[in-house]
Design a protein around this ligand. Structure first.
Ligand SMILES: Cc1cc2ncn([C@H]3O[C@H](COP(=O)(O)O)[C@@H](O)[C@H]3O)c2cc1C
Ligand SMILES: O=C(O)c1cccnc1
Length: 339
């Protein structure tokens, strides 16, 4: 593994133990600047919090977002053979081709907000093991996925969105979330690409089988990702961790992205302080997962697509917030009377 950032999960854990925080001076300066801008106090609502948060991570009270990056990881899942998705596993590779050709929803949204989009298929011809019979990945496989995510982040980006494609991955995400936070499988299992009631019940049983098979993964961060996750989840976690090291703020996407991110938070509370929730997915348990992570979503549009699409849309909201903080006049500059 020479040349790769991590040769073991122990090395990933060591990186998690040593994370940079936001710039306290920039946070204070942005808070003070926000209070002087030509608007009634708090009139921009959560846009103000988001802009100050962004300023803290970028180390300046007048930041701009002009190099956002959307990175999509794709993986295939052994558990897809259990009939847990409404679509066949071939769709994963077919959608990768669609992303590359510019034809998917996320391509349009990324382009709308001036984001670069990169696609990384991760050994699509080698699905993970069915987690009801074995750990989804070996330690080396998860480590390789985390490294792929780490290496995919452009160090010149000023905002990161991590997206995914992987038929069956809402099953993996449900199992990871249930393992990390506890509770019955049904409470974490949703319809994914559109299962009917009977298929939804079978999917919850598959998730429950996975949880019973890997009791040592309960609450155990990377071990939950290894036993129940997938390559694209591991890569998203690796990219989010790399972004933290580079002080690049992250917008989290839907249920699958948040389940992957939750593994970092379980390993190291505060590991997601540089991440904001882009949207609330219509996937049933996403609200519960966001609650467990202490994140309030920027948007709630009944989207349930994945691909990074909800987070890509939220780039526009965050750009607007940051432009207000950085571009608005103060009361003194504009000659506007204060209260
Ligand atoms: C055409 C198509 C495009 C997609 N783009 C994202 N997903 C989403 O659906 C999958 C998860 O749902 P499940 O667990 O039910 O398979 C993931 O690939 C996710 O990104 C798609 C799914 C389909 C069919
Ligand atoms: O929340 C998501 O990201 C999601 C939900 C359903 C299917 N694919 C993705």
């Amino acid at each position: 593994m020479t040349g790769l950032p991590f040769s073991s999960l122990a090395a990933v854990r060591a990186a998690l133990a040593d994370l940079p925080g936001p710039d306290a001076g920039a946070l204070a300066a942005a808070t003070a600047r926000n209070a002087d801008l030509t608007k009634p106090p708090q009139a921009l609502g959560r846009l103000e919090d988001a802009a100050i948060w962004y300023a803290g991570w970028r180390g300046t009270d007048r930041p701009v977002i002009d190099a956002p990056q959307v990175v999509i990881f794709a993986g295939n899942h052994g558990v897809a053979a259990r009939g847990v998705s409404a679509f066949p596993a071939d769709v994963t590779a077919q959608m990768v081709a669609n992303f590359k050709a510019g034809g998917a929803a996320v391509n349009q949204l990324a382009r709308t907000f001036g984001a670069r989009l990169d696609v990384h298929p991760l050994q699509l011809d080698r699905p993970t093991a069915d987690f009801t019979t074995a750990p989804a990945m070996t330690e080396d496989e998860l480590c390789a996925a985390i490294c792929a995510g780490w290496q995919a982040v452009d160090s010149g980006a000023d905002l990161l969105v991590t997206g995914e494609m992987g038929i069956g991955n809402t099953t993996s995400a449900a199992a990871v979330a249930a393992s990390l936070f506890g509770g019955a499988a049904e409470g974490w299992t949703g319809r994914g690409t559109g299962l009917d009631d009977a298929a939804l019940q079978r999917k919850a049983e598959v998730v429950a089988e996975g949880l019973a098979r890997h009791p040592q993964a309960a609450g155990a961060g990377l071990e939950a990702l290894r036993c129940l996750g997938g390559r694209e989840l591991g890569a998203m976690a690796g990219a989010i961790l790399r972004a933290r090291q580079l002080s690049i703020p992250v917008i989290l996407d839907g249920f699958i992205c948040c389940a992957a991110a939750a593994a970092l938070e379980a390993e190291r509370p505060g590991a997601l302080d540089h991440a904001i929730a882009g949207h609330m997915s219509a996937e049933a348990a996403h609200g519960r997962l966001l609650g467990a992570l202490g994140k309030t979503p920027l948007l709630d549009l009944d989207m349930r697509l994945g691909e990074g699409s909800g987070a890509a849309l939220a780039i526009g909201v965050l750009k607007g917030a940051v432009n207000c903080l950085s571009g608005m006049a103060t009361f003194a500059e504009a000659g506007v009377s204060g209260a």
